[in-house]
Design a protein around this ligand. Structure first.
Ligand code: ATP
Length: 311
């Protein structure tokens, strides 16, 4: 699947650095990229604690829902009458065979599909009661402050490892170098990357391996601590140990945040999902508590999928 918002960055190589930064800032502002400005909520790590409150996120008890959502691309009916509710402070896993619409649904939650040519959406996606499908640009940027997306393909910005994580803080007005250092260190540790990069923080992020880039992008998204983190196969390029670390991290994060992840790995969904959405050919076939869906699926199609009858 192509991500035009990410591809934009790849074309910046020859642009002057100041122009580049401005272009990135405005592009991110427009498209959102999972790390637009947020305030930071408190982090309870013994070695580093810092606290800035994301008032909007935690005061409103915001919830994310899709009602009668339909997505068409160039006339093709991609998402069909989707009705789901994403619970707060839980890990929701979206599962289903390739091409069933998982990423499209995930991206609809922060309007990242908007730039797809020929896109038409009907129905509602509500966040904190507001239909975000009708949100104007000012509401949209607020939305993207609260719903961050880590895309399927890692997309490091054309800057250093350090700056990739610190960037979100800066555009949100956190210019204190000491505080930035703490945040960068904290989130690189959280994703299990710190030991691998601590001696080369000023190197270009593009020199990292695919799995390292995937963790860097996750750190960048987490560093602005969204209310909802949308993760599209965020462990697909990782070895089992690194994947396990990320799963542990997501489990810790749900105390303050809500995670929605697309995964192809059923064993991963079994390990960490609290809530499951099973999709097939653009429809939600079954949704519910993970234990119920995995142990006692109501739908025959879900049962077949879980038993490996198709993938
Ligand atoms: N930009 C696009 N233009 C045309 N069709 C698209 C576009 N993006 C997605 N689609 C189509 O929408 C359908 C759902 O795609 P989507 O990427 O959401 O599926 P998925 O379940 O996430 O697949 P996978 O697990 O393989 O990543 C597919 O048939 C795909 O070809």
């Amino acid at each position: 699947m192509v991500f035009p918002d990410i591809d934009v960055f790849r074309n910046f190589a020859t642009v002057k650095s100041e122009t580049l930064m401005n272009a990135i800032a405005s592009t991110l502002h427009h498209f959102g990229n999972g790390f637009l400005p947020f305030a930071f909520s408190s982090l309870n790590r013994e070695e580093e604690s810092f606290s800035v409150t994301n008032k909007f996120a935690h005061a409103t008890g915001a919830r994310l829902q899709a009602r009668h959502l339909n997505v068409y691309i160039n006339g093709a009916h991609i998402l069909k009458d989707i009705n789901v509710e994403i619970p707060r402070n839980k890990i929701t896993c979206i599962i289903g065979p390739s091409g069933c619409g998982k990423s499209t649904l995930l991206r609809t939650f922060n309007r990242l599909n908007d730039n797809i040519e020929g896109l038409r959406m009907t129905g509602e996606v509500t966040f904190d009661g507001d239909n975000i499908l009708k949100a104007g640009s000012s509401r949209l940027s607020e939305l993207r402050r609260n719903i961050g997306l880590v895309p399927q393909r890692p997309c490091p910005l054309p800057m250093s490892i350090y700056d990739n994580v610190a960037y979100g803080c800066r555009i949100h007005g956190i210019h204190n170098r000491h505080q930035q250092n703490k945040i960068v260190r904290h989130y690189l540790r959280a994703v299990g990357l710190w030991d691998e990069v601590k001696d080369r923080l000023s190197s270009p992020a593009s020199r990292l391996s695919g799995g390292q880039q995937q963790r860097l992008c996750l750190a960048r998204s987490l560093a602005v601590e969204p209310t909802y983190l949308l993760a599209d196969e965020s462990t697909s390029a990782l070895d089992p140990i690194s994947s396990h670390k990320i799963e542990e991290l997501f489990t810790e994060l749900k105390v303050n945040n809500s995670i929605v992840m697309v995964t192809h790995t059923l064993s991963q969904a079994l390990r960490i999902a609290d809530h499951v959405i099973f999709m097939y050919m653009g429809k939600v076939v079954e949704e519910g508590d993970a234990e119920q869906v995995f142990r006692h699926p109501k739908n025959e199609l879900t049962r077949k999928y879980l038993n490996g009858a198709f993938s």
